[in-house]
Write a new protein. Sequence first.
Length: 397
Amino acid sequence: MDIGVLKEVKQDERRVALLPSQANVLVSSNHRLYVQFGAGEGAGFSDAEYRASGAELVTKTEVLARSRLLLKVKAPLRSEYVDYAPHHVLFTYLHFDENIPAAHISELIGRGFLGIAYEWVGENDQYPLLEPMSRLTGYLFAQKAVELCSREKGIFCPRNEQLLPGGRALIIGCGNIGLSAFKYLSDLGIALTILSNRGQDEFNKKANIRFGTEAVDYLATTGSELLVMDNENPSRTRDAIASGLPQTDIVLNCAVRRANLPKERMEFLIDRGMIRLMKRGSIVCDCTACDNDLIETCTSSPSLDLSYREEDVVHYNCDHIPALVASTATRLLTARTFPYISEIANLGPLQAIAGNQSLLNGVCCYRGHLTHALSARKKGLPYRSARDMFAAMSTAA
């Protein structure tokens, strides 16, 4: 198969979709590999390394013209929509269910390509291509928030020894992002409040599974306070959060909105009035990069460095923070994506998808149709089942 590796054009995005060593494996399997000049430099992989692996270094135009399977990391920017054609298979993060406007989705999928989204490849609520970046995201936001708190509020949050008073943080959510933030901040001795849908036993069970331990009471060991989300009466949870915000130095939202709490029932978990309760220079981050969703004042940014103030509280909401450590992130991501890349290349995209439910679940667009049900529902767009489309094609053949 002809395979192309594109250089990311999103601001501050330095990751790359394939390692030179992986390129060598593909070339050794008689695939032709085209790598755009400079694609790996931001992550520490030179053009010379790709050339030594057997890949051909070419311009973007040549990558697009010669390749069927296109590999990227980030969802295409609107300026990239014209790059794709019906014969292309695009394997990357797509995030149709997030901030991208419905009209832009329609414009992009109208190009007719087969789009497989990293974030939806998986089964049974396990998403192996999303997981490593989510885990890394939690650590990096926690690290960044601690640094910002030192600079903007003048508070040294770690409690490395008794003479240090330390700081306090609120973590919302205990999925992959939230547990990473919990681990990072609790290891520094920072006082924590955690908002979770789970009770104490369930939280500790999940943390033990995640961190490879047995029967550790993470809440008791770290002295963390647990708030359990009241889904029946969310105003009670909001009141509990509000009561603690004046003493909170850092808020990290690591949760996404659940279907049982639509905007009509709970417009914001933390609204602007609650942000005003925080002391000047405190830090708020939405690690999920969902614009003005659970936190009213949070809007995502493509910049790794941009922070802004709302109600004199510092906000930092980078929407691709793993790019901050591009080499680490690239190695973690490509270790998970490469088996699927190899399968698509060796079997062909349609046969690979037909034989792998995880890949089928990742198909988000095909032949101009949106094939991801959640994205279609959230964006109010027409939906067609990828399974039905492929079955119809097989029958016709």
